[in-house]
Design a binder for this molecule. Structure first.
Ligand code: ANZ
Ligand code: ZN
Length: 854
């Protein structure tokens, strides 16, 4: 028939692939392996366009690499713990486990309808005990290896929800959901020692050559290495000292004050006898703790009255302030301020009348620099030390080194390196997460759950009718006996941050069925690292950094042999769509907007004026979301996939347009009609003589084959699509009723099927079968271009047999005689003119003529 039945065709091929187990990966020694992975989804209930793009990109890579002869591993699973399931439980009265499992089932069907080449046998869901039991074991091993510790730390506490909030969940000091004023609380939390790997995580970024530069830079900044010094200040009238961290010990002679964090122990001590100070500390604690919040808040301080003694001059004292811009968990939570050379310090000094002394002199524009400081603009550039006694005349770097040398000689401190990176707090006061496998005993303290008692399973009989963590309210779950002394004890009711699960799932796919161990070591050694990882840029730091840390920790605990989880990384752009607003500022669905009589935008029903049209990231609140289910249902998976690849390179944002999806749909149908209606020679027919025009199209075909391969290697999918479409146009121009043209059309359609195979696998398979291709296209190899046809400079050479013109052949310019002779003798008209007799002599006149004498 000549109508392409998308639904029937796509479902049929999906079933064939599954029955033939085309995408099931096994270890195959001798074949190069290729592990391609897309970031696994949170099972929210439905796939969105971002998923469609992400998984299409991954599937193109997986299918292409398979065609290129790689042993491909391409798995999929579910990042199944997390807050939305608990919120659903609270608002819809459905158990998080049920909600999650139902969502997984629905989304799995949606993914299957996209024709993605996954090995579904390897599917994992992180909320199942057979998954999380292994991370409980990892935690115990990390504990043994000194990679886990418990520490009191300040958290944002929502007194209405009875839970800790992440910094991002505190908005202007209030809980994002409850609206309650957030308090600072000291809570005992578990931490993973990611900082132990800070330097290696930083250094190894250079080895990740197939990662985007931007992501490497973001990780570098996140790790934030600073070289400087720790330095002890004496306290006037006291015997103890205050430790500060500075990156600018060269500016010590410009110091005007010392400042400590609001939750520095010294601040707490001084506040005990100082109501004003206590009040100020309370104010600081109500401010957000995020760096961003601190960065933007007005800099404020409170003079404690206590003085610090200058390390280079015992007669010189500096006031000690508690300041809201000093963070307790960076360096030592205390600084000295040098107003002339630090903007924050200058703002602070000007506000409290502390003055400034310039100690670095610029090489040029000296007066201007000094005048600028006087006007409130700190000088942070290079120069020579001035007003600094023994440092005078030294350049900044030399002065830093000399200052540190003196500090070390005095025994007052030392050179040190600080990282902005913090240890990873993994405790969450949540139900829907992996239980932290420890028990608290009054006599024995914190006791790890013995490995043979794992998994610590989440109880399913919980209620959400009270705020806080349901594990805390459970009548029996937390009451256990201490594994050491046997006395009644209490289970830890905190669960892991859900980034814990996503930090090792990629390795679990290598042996998802092993119950006894997290990884089959041989399988993990064979498949790891992931060769190509694909996902959103929003994970540039946390998920990708945690995974890099976790892989190192697992290696050091003997689980894995590699330290980098992802050798290659591709970060895809967002899907955008036009947005519209009515006059009152309410968002409108793009489908409700039409062009009015005068060409202005109006509401389709009310006729009210409408503004907008700008393309923005798809989001529910802006009403510009397009549901992929409707698109796949209406046009089929191949059309949706093609559109995802067509218009933009994968790293860039993609604009969703009706016209774009229509264009993809028309192309799918055009290809199908070409195959269905073509009159083709039987497969395997030898190539007849080609006209110059036909040969030109054949050349285009082979050039396309070569270039699409290169495009796919570089993930230039949009370029590949454009080239294939151009070639389709070429095939469409082949004349009818010409044997050579028909032969090239067959060659072209077969090649097209193979080239679009990774992108539009169902249509490709249908074309392949209609053309009589052998086996399944999903298992066919990648086409190879004929190098002779790729040479741009070609000449038409006449072939004579016994002086009579029998054929013309197209040869690369200056082709050698052997190629000319071989090509000439292979021409069907030449073969028949020779009627089975051997050639007595072949004379080749380069670029002109081949003369065959029989
Ligand atoms: C004196 C000084 C003089 C500084 C000067 C800078 C410029 P990075 O590069 O981010 O490591 N600092 C140290 N600990 C701090 C804390 N807990 N909270 C807030 N600020 C802190 O920055 C290091 C600099 O930030 C340190 O060097 C210190 O100020 C400040 F002309 O010491 B500096
Ligand atoms: Zn005990």
């Amino acid at each position: 028939g000549d109508r392409y039945n998308v639904k029937e065709t796509e479902a049929r091929w999906q079933q064939v692939w599954e029955e033939k187990r085309c995408f099931e990966a096994e270890i195959a020694p001798g074949k190069p392996k290729y592990y391609v992975l897309e970031m696994f989804p949170y099972p929210s209930g439905r796939i969105h366009m971002g998923h469609v793009r992400n998984y299409t990109l991954g599937d193109v890579v997986a299918r292409y690499k398979r065609a290129k002869g790689f042993n491909v591993l391409h798995p999929m699973g579910w990042d199944a713990f997390g807050l939305p399931a608990e919120n659903a439980a609270i608002s819809n009265n459905v158990h998080p486990a049920k909600w999650t499992r139902e969502n997984i089932a629905a989304m799995r069907e949606q993914l299957k309808s996209m024709g993605l080449s996954y090995d579904w046998r390897r599917e994992v869901a992180t909320c199942e005990p057979q998954y999380y039991r292994h991370e409980q074991k990892m935690f115990l091993d990390f504990l043994k290896n000194g990679l886990v510790y418990r520490k009191e730390s300040w958290v944002n506490w929502d007194p209405v929800e009875n839970t800790v909030l992440a910094n991002e969940q505190v908005i202007d000091g209030h809980g994002w959901r409850s609206g309650a004023l957030v308090e600072k609380r000291l809570l005992s939390q578990w931490f993973l020692k990611i900082t132990a790997y800070a330097q290696d995580l930083l250094d190894s970024l250079a080895t990740l050559e197939r990662w985007p530069e931007r992501v490497r830079l973001m990780q570098e900044n996140w790790i934030g290495r600073s070289e400087g010094a720790r330095l002890m200040f004496d306290l006037a009238g006291r015997s103890d000292q205050l430790e500060i961290f500075t990156t600018r010990p060269d500016t010590l002679f410009g110091a005007k004050f010392v400042a400590i964090a609001a939750n520095h122990p010294l601040a707490a001590e001084l506040a005990a006898g100082n109501a004003g100070l206590a009040e100020f500390i309370g104010e600081c604690n109500r401010m957000g703790t995020s760096e961003a919040a601190i960065e933007t808040a007005e800099k404020k301080g409170f003079d404690t009255g206590l003085k610090a003694v200058h390390p280079f001059d015992p007669t010189w004292t500096l006031p000690i302030y508690v300041a809201n811009f000093v963070l307790m968990d960076y360096g030592s939570g205390a600084i000295f301020g040098c107003p002339a050379h630090d903007q924050r310090d200058l703002d602070f000094a000007n506000k409290y009348g502390l003055g400034w002394t310039q100690v670095v002199e610029a090489a040029a524009d000296r007066e201007a620099v000094t005048a600028a400081i006087a006007k409130g603009e700190a000088y942070t550039g290079d120069g020579k030390a001035i007003n600094s006694q023994f440092l005078d005349g030294l350049a900044v770097d030399e002065a830093k080194a000399e200052a540190i040398r003196r500090i070390e000689a005095m025994g007052r401190g030392e050179r040190t390196i600080n990282y902005r990176l913090r240890d990873w707090g993994v405790s969450r006061q949540r139900y829907w997460g992996c239980p932290i496998p420890v028990i608290h005993c009054e006599s024995c303290g914190t006791v790890p759950v013995p490995a043979e008692q794992l998994p610590v399973e989440l109880p399913e009989d919980v209620s959400f009718d009270k705020p806080g963590n349901p594990l805390d309210h459970h009548p029996t779950w937390k009451h256990v006996n201490c594994p050491v002394c046997g006395k009644p004890a209490r289970r830890e009711t905190d669960t892991f941050d859900t980034f814990f699960e996503s930090s090792w799932y990629f390795a679990r796919y290598t042996s998802p069925d092993r119950q006894d161990v997290a990884f089959d070591r041989a399988a993990a050694d064979y498949w790891m690292s992931v060769d190509q990882y694909i996902g959103g840029i929003e994970h540039a730091v946390l998920h990708l950094l945690y995974s890099r840390f976790f892989t190192r920790a697992l290696k050091d605990c003997g689980y894995l042999g590699v330290k980098e989880p992802f050798a290659g990384l591709l970060t895809q752009g967002m899907i955008c769509h036009e947005t519209y607003k009515s006059a009152d500022g309410a968002w409108l669905f793009p489908t409700d907007v039409v062009s009015g009589p005068d060409g202005k935008l109006v509401h389709a029903v009310t006729g009210a004026p409408v503004t907008g049209g700008r393309s923005e990231k798809m989001s529910k609140s802006k009403k510009n979301v397009v549901d992929p289910a409707g698109i796949i249902d209406g046009y089929g998976a191949d059309t949706a996939r093609l559109f995802m690849l067509s218009d933009s390179p994968p790293e860039r944002d993609l604009d969703w347009t009706e016209a774009g999806i229509d264009g993809a749909w028309r192309y799918v149908n055009r290809l199908w009609r070409m195959v269905a209606s073509a009159e083709l020679p039987a497969a395997g027919t030898p190539m007849p003589e080609l006209s110059t025009e036909t040969l030109k199209i054949r050349r285009l075909l082979h050039k396309t084959i070569a270039q699409v391969g290169e495009d796919l290697e570089r993930f230039h999918f949009n370029k590949a699509v454009a080239r294939i479409r151009e070639m389709t146009n070429g095939l469409g121009e082949l004349p009818a009723g010409d044997a050579g043209a028909a032969w090239v059309l067959r060659e072209g359609l077969e090649a097209t099927a193979r080239l679009i195979g990774p992108m539009m696998p169902h249509l490709a398979e249908e074309m392949w079968q209609t053309l009589g291709g052998a086996g399944l296209l999903a298992e066919a190899s990648w086409p190879v271009a004929d190098p002779a046809l790729l040479v741009e400079d070609s000449v038409t050479v006449a072939v004579q047999v016994n002086g009579k013109l029998r054929a013309t052949i197209e040869l690369p310019k200056d082709a050698d005689a052997a190629l000319a002779e071989q090509t000439a003798l292979a021409q069907p008209p030449v073969i028949s003119a020779m009627s089975g007799k051997p050639a007595r002599k072949v004379v080749v006149v380069p670029n002109r003529i081949v003369n065959v004498v029989v």
